[in-house]
Design a protein around this ligand. Structure first.
Ligand SMILES: Nc1ncnc2c1ncn2[C@@H]1O[C@H](COP(=O)(O)OP(=O)(O)OP(=O)(O)O)[C@@H](O)[C@H]1O
Length: 257
């Protein structure tokens, strides 16, 4: 039986002028999994997520969510929750007001706002939700972004660098929250370059360096935890350059798992 696919990249390429940000990227995000999209700064992670969400068009190839391009998917904003810099929030609004506006846009009841504020821990300090988002610490901003992504109770969460700026307590909290969401059958695609943190969170690992370098389970990449993700990451990203400098780049479709 084939596993249902929440998100698919099919030979997706994005060029900005003469610069190729993402090339020939092919991988699937299986439903119910927490998938880490990993790569160095500038590897093309955000560009890949932006293609998936229809925020930039692929120069060639395609991306789909639940079998359709984002723009064609009915109720896409309800089915897919997004936390990404520069998307959504109104910096001058309070956290609560910002979420209320988004809830209204989505046709959700006001009470949903306090439910997600509670879920992400922004009600622990009673005043936090009434401060402007622009005054939030990085950790609070991450929680606010997650609250916004969770509002419509989506099936798929797309999170750009959700672990950035979180302290060890925050990472532990994020891990538990994402695991409980995945246990409910939701799918999570998150980008990160924080390998130690990601190792504690994800089921599957996709490594890109403009092109696909690896796609498979964390278990297989780390050989059931015998190797650290960080070491395997460098093997995957730098290995070819060290061992086969003249070898052509992989065509994109084949992961190494
Ligand atoms: N709008 C744009 N116009 C031109 N080049 C861009 C644009 N967006 C991204 N790029 C370039 O594409 C490449 C990939 O950028 P992207 O932001 O996708 O990488 P990333 O892996 O998310 O990086 P980081 O971890 O630093 O956020 C980089 O070389 C970047 O400079």
């Amino acid at each position: 039986m084939t596993t249902p696919v929440a998100a698919r990249f099919s030979r997706a390429t994005k060029q900005y002028g003469s610069h190729t940000a993402v090339e020939d990227l092919t991988f699937d995000v299986a439903e119910g999994r927490i998938v880490g999209l990993l790569g160095r700064n500038g590897a093309g992670k955000s560009t890949a997520l932006r293609m998936l969400l229809g925020l930039v068009s692929p120069s060639s190839g395609s991306t789909t969510v639940f079998g359709q391009p984002y723009a064609d998917l009915p109720r896409a904003a309800h089915r897919i929750g997004v936390s990404m810099d520069g998307i959504g929030s109104l910096p001058a609004a309070s956290g609560r007001r910002d979420l209320r506006i988004w809830a209204k846009t989505l046709g959700l009841p006001k009470r949903r706002v306090d439910e997600v504020l509670e879920q992400v821990g922004l009600l622990d300090d009673p005043k936090a939700a009434d401060r402007p988002v622009e005054a939030y610490s990085t950790g609070m901003r991450q929680r606010h972004g997650l609250a916004s992504a969770l509002l419509a109770d989506p099936e798929l969460l797309v999170l750009d660098e959700p672990a950035n700026g979180l302290d060890p307590d925050g990472i532990r909290w994020l891990r538990r929250l994402l695991r409980s969401l995945a246990d409910e059958g939701r799918t999570i695609l998150l980008s990160s370059h924080l390998l130690t943190e990601v190792e504690q969170i994800v089921d599957d690992v996709v490594i890109i360096q403009r092109t696909l370098r690896h796609s498979g389970t964390l278990e297989s990449l780390t050989e059931d935890g015998r190797h650290r993700l960080e070491d395997r990451f460098f093997d995957v990203v730098d290995g070819e350059a060290r061992t086969a400098p003249e070898a052509p780049r992989p065509a994109g479709g084949g992961g190494r798992a």
